[in-house]
Design a binder for this molecule. Structure first.
Ligand code: COA
Length: 384
């Protein structure tokens, strides 16, 4: 008989590790064609949306399956505006959160606590869940901006109802209105990050929603999943890497050393894309333009040098997290808010998937391939 100490080496797994290639849900929200580098939201190509749409339109699209008519968009803007105010208890919670906490942890805790102040929390009907989705989409940027100001001992800035979500976020964060260009760039960044099929955080949200837990719980779990460096946490780490490298002429030596130490280079590689990530095309353009506008092309030059070197040595392409940090950094946004900005956008996709899950729910409960011992005799504690 095998014992726990003397177990045979596990056989080759029958299923791919990390559920690679496994189809775990049907969805009409978005699709990633990793071979051809195509991303669509409800059938619309991401390039078309980045060129012509706005984040609020995307929110409607992901929740309702089609672009809004003018009056529908106005109605959604109004609902988002009126849902922005945070309960006083949440402001107090943020005020009492340790100043050196990770903003993603503060966001996760605040979102979980927001459920206490929503009487409709248990209403999982489409109408009820949509109402919660609207509240959360409106409140996430306020939580992030408020925490950022409170930890620095600064006064909070009330949202301006005349501004869209992207502009309001920058306004509440910095206390001054963004330029039109900054606001549009952030708006497109939000469009690009809104949905990405069954990525780790969206899958997490669907698993939680599939138990018929409430929307706050599903989004809290999704935020935790997004915070990891292999997922949304990569954008902050890319900027840390650029700061560490410092100048384009140091890029090659830095990379060789990192690869020799088997380090994963943040912002490269993707589970689904085997070619260029279409989102990075836009972010690359913004990184270049913002650098040129500000007369600081160093970050973009390091990014481009690393991109060439990584392709030459590993045949890996940059992903969505590669260029975004250099844009946010040059907007004066603190590094640890980059991943929360990802959440401010992805809330639209998470809630779209939660609505879809509730509408046609079946508990998500896969199996594990057991590779442990069997038939092990229980040994009393004094005989071990
Ligand atoms: N740097 C260096 N090597 C990388 C790499 C990276 N960023 N990403 C993948 N690779 C290599 C792996 O080492 C592995 O090589 P091997 O077969 O010789 O061992 C191969 O490429 C496959 O990588 P793997 O980690 O198995 O791919 P995955 O599908 O499990 O992981 C990511 C996908 C995104 C988690 C992975 O590419 C990664 O860690 N990237 C960095 C973090 C990041 O940017 N995340 C944001 C994703 S949008």
């Amino acid at each position: 008989m095998d014992t726990a100490e003397n177990k045979p080496a596990p056989a080759a797994p029958k299923q791919p590790a990390g559920l690679e290639g496994v189809v775990a849900a049907q969805s009409s929200i978005g699709d990633v064609d990793g071979t051809n580098g195509v991303l669509i939201y409800q059938g619309l190509d991401i390039h078309d949306l980045a060129e012509h749409s706005t984040f609020e339109e995307i929110v409607f699209l992901l929740w309702h399956g089609r672009l809004p008519k003018r009056e529908e968009l106005e109605a959604l803007r109004g609902e988002l505006s009126s849902a922005m105010k945070l309960p006083g208890e949440i402001i107090e919670l943020l005020r009492n959160t340790p100043r050196d906490s990770e903003p993603m942890d503060a966001l996760r805790t605040a979102v979980s606590a927001l459920a206490f102040y929503d009487e409709g929390v248990r209403d999982l009907s489409r109408e009820g869940a949509l109402r919660t989705a609207t509240r959360l989409t409106a409140q996430l940027p306020v939580v992030v901006a408020s925490f950022a100001r409170l930890r620095d001992g600064r006064q909070l800035v009330d949202a301006d109802p005349s501004l869209n979500l992207a502009s309001n976020f920058l306004y509440m964060l910095k206390g001054e209105r963004p330029t039109e260009r900054e606001a549009r760039i952030l708006d497109v960044c939000l469009i690009l990050h809104a949905d990405h099929e069954l990525n780790a955080s969206t899958f997490t949200a669907r698993v939680i929603a599939g138990t018929l837990a409430d929307v706050y719980g599903a989004v809290t779990g999704a935020i935790a999943a997004l915070s990891g460096p292999l997922h949304g946490g990569a954008n902050t780490n890319v900027m840390k890497m650029l700061l560490e490298i410092g100048s384009p002429d140091k890029a090659e030596e830095w990379l060789q050393d990192a690869l020799a130490r088997k380090k994963k280079i943040m912002g490269f590689g993707h589970r689904v894309y085997k070619t260029e990530d279409p989102r990075s095309v836009w972010l690359r353009r913004f990184s270049k333009e913002v650098g040129e506008e500000r007369g600081e092309t160093r970050w973009f030059e390091i990014l481009e040098r690393l991109r060439e070197l990584m392709f030459a040595s590993k045949k890996l392409y940059p992903n969505v997290d590669y260029y975004s940090g250099s844009v946010y950094y040059q907007f004066g946004i603190p590094l640890d808010l980059f991943t929360p900005i990802f959440a401010v956008s992805r809330i639209s996709g998470w809630t779209g998937h939660i609505l879809e899950q509730y509408a046609n729910n079946r508990l998500i409960r896969p199996r594990a391939e057991y590779v442990g011992p069997r038939g092990v005799r229980y040994v009393p504690i004094e005989e071990r």
